[in-house]
Design a protein around this ligand. Structure first.
Ligand SMILES: Nc1ncnc2c1ncn2[C@@H]1O[C@H](COP(=O)(O)OP(=O)(O)O)[C@@H](O)[C@H]1O
Ligand SMILES: [Mg+2]
Length: 248
């Protein structure tokens, strides 16, 4: 399988000294689904920010389609055109007065002609099942709707890869179902590679082709998520299942 993103011994220390990530070797194949699972503070968000060049590694490197990221403006804008990021909190992402305008922002900014912008927005809204929300102000939407609108905005720019930071966070069951349906469509029909984070081996993690378990900034396990699920020691040791239950 062709690899789109590869990291080699990737490390990141925040300027104040926190060692957030160490020696991470990760691969994202074309059209593949990669889950990055770890408890709070294990380095998931830092890793996604490194993959799209929002942070510059303090050790190791990120390769995009075989070439190391060089952090000059040209390379970064090339990568950001092909890699979309869904932030953990969709309120950090949606800002236009209406859903339609929000989804149009990316393609408009790419300098596409108005007709092309319009057709991309219509397609993206339909794919994410949010056509009916087009005239609404984003801040009035439910959490699940906000995430689907934010993803519509990303796919309107036609990326190869989507990075999704805890996409199921804060969603109810219906929200989870609808988001997973949407992601399946993007992956299966459009061939978009997905990299997503979470803090347990939930249904979305089990759907991944490959999972990485992060603990204190290091990859402690890499493999098929279904097999990891059987390794209680590993899960317990990494804080991915609860140790304690309430007594009744
Ligand atoms: N801006 C920052 N400055 C300093 N330390 C940070 C910053 N952001 C995150 N960290 C630290 O880096 C580590 C990894 O954080 P993060 O990548 O946000 O983990 P996760 O997304 O898995 O919860 C944590 O110890 C966190 O406190
Ligand atoms: Mg995070």
């Amino acid at each position: 399988m062709r690899r789109i993103i590869v990291t080699e011994r990737l490390g990141y220390d925040y300027p104040e000294g926190t060692r957030a990530l160490r020696d991470v070797d990760l691969e994202v194949g074309e059209g593949s689904k990669v889950a990055v699972i770890g408890p709070n503070g294990s380095g998931k968000t830092t890793l996604l920010n490194l993959l799209v060049g929002l942070l510059k590694p303090t050790a190791g490197e990120v390769l995009f389609e075989g070439r190391p990221l060089t952090y000059d403006r040209r390379t970064l804008s090339m990568v950001r055109r092909q890699v979309g990021v869904l932030f953990q909190n969709p309120d950090d992402q949606l800002f236009a007065p209406t859903v339609w305008q929000d989804v149009a922002f990316g393609p408009h900014n790419m300098g596409l002609p108005a007709g092309e912008v319009r057709s991309r927005v219509e397609n993206a809204l339909e794919l994410m099942g949010v056509e009916g929300l087009r005239d609404k102000p984003p801040h009035l939407l439910s959490g699940g709707e906000k995430k689907r609108v934010a993803i519509a905005g990303l796919i309107a720019t036609d990326p190869k890869v989507l990075l999704l930071d805890e996409p199921l966070g804060g969603l109810d069951m219906e929200g989870v179902d609808r988001l997973m349906d949407a992601l399946e469509l993007l992956n299966v029909e459009k061939g978009i590679s997905l990299v997503y984070t979470g803090h347990s081996l939930d249904d979305l993690a089990l759907w991944a082709d490959e999972a990485y378990i992060l603990r204190e900034g290091m990859v402690v396990s890499r493999g098929r998520p279904g097999e990891m699920l059987l390794d209680r020691e590993l899960l317990m040791g990494c804080g991915l299942i609860r140790k304690r239950r309430l007594s009744s």
